[in-house]
Design a protein around this ligand. Structure first.
Ligand SMILES: [Ca+2]
Ligand SMILES: [Ca+2]
Length: 294
């Protein structure tokens, strides 16, 4: 973030009194001679965030003879949503409370006083930082330049999602690198282009976990909270690891909704496996995982 946010956000509601939401705010600010102003944005993918910052907020422009450099406010820091910096889980009790409220306080869904208290407390405890998913890839998209002269910009190169990933060891699919679509991953939908917001095409079909185009959701597999799903043809993810050159055995842990899935394993862009068909003995539920040696 390139400016203090509190003051800037204060001005935004005032501006909305004068303009249609999201339109004409720049000219309104200039005509009102406000000392500073900001746009607000959020609820889209890392790819979208990084490009909007580079092309809108960090690009000076001239209007009415004045050079403007706009500040920006990112929306929620912490919420149950999957596209915020810190996501706290929704507990079963919290969901039951929401169902009661959204029903119009249906008597059949009304919790006991004891349960209502317990569920609210469990929700508060779930919001403890240690129980949350912290989205470092989203922070990366907000602070890393889109491009730079050293070629380390968000759209230019990948950065490791977690440090210290080595082999021999486990590489979790969801720990793919940070960076732009077609740099660290390829996915059929990597941002909501149609609506510039949350009401169009979902870029993460799993609606939980990382805020990239890769489709991630919750997982009960040992050692990770998240898994990658919805892998369509030609999609891929890149993982940066540290290892000693040598010969290794590779085991792929996967699940599938139908037989016939295929994948290739590449090292430094070289296909080392050829096309592997993931044979399933039967249609396996998505929650069931098997080991497959290659
Ligand atoms: Ca996607
Ligand atoms: Ca996908």
């Amino acid at each position: 973030m390139d400016r203090p946010e509190f003051q800037l956000e204060f001005f935004r509601p005032r501006l909305r009194q004068f303009t249609a939401a999201g339109a004409g705010n720049r000219s309104t600010c200039i005509s009102l001679n406000l000392p500073d102003w900001a746009g607000e944005f959020g609820l889209n993918s890392t790819r979208w965030n990084n490009r909007i910052i580079a092309n809108t907020y960090e690009a000076p422009f001239t209007q009415s003879g004045k050079t403007i450099l706009e500040g920006h406010c990112y929306w929620a820091y912490k919420a149950c949503l999957w596209d915020v910096l810190v996501q706290n889980p929704q507990t079963p009790g919290w969901k039951a409370l929401k169902a009661y409220w959204s029903s119009g306080n249906s008597s059949s869904l009304k919790p006991s006083v004891t349960n209502a208290f317990k569920w609210l407390i469990s929700y508060a405890q779930a919001a403890n930082f240690t129980n949350c998913v912290v989205r470092v890839e989203l922070a990366d998209s907000l602070v890393r330049p889109n491009t730079n002269s050293t070629g380390t910009g968000f759209s230019q190169t990948n950065l490791p999602y977690k440090s210290g990933v080595t082999i021999p060891g486990k590489i979790f699919a969801v720990d793919y690198d940070m960076g732009d679509s077609n740099v660290t991953y390829a996915d059929s939908v990597s941002e909501d282009q149609a609506n510039n917001g949350p009401n169009g095409t979902s870029w993460n079909s799993g609606s939980f976990g990382r805020d990239d185009g890769v489709d991630t959701t919750t997982c009960t597999d040992p050692g990770t909270l998240l898994k990658v799903g919805w892998n369509d043809a030609s999609e891929w993810q890149r993982h940066m690891v540290t290892c000693t050159p040598g010969t290794y055995d590779l085991y792929i842990r996967f699940a599938g909704g139908a037989a016939g899935g295929q994948l290739n394993v590449m090292v430094n862009s070289n296909d080392i496996s050829g096309t592997i068909t993931l044979h399933l003995l039967a249609v396996i539920p998505l929650t069931q995982l098997i080991l497959f040696p290659v």
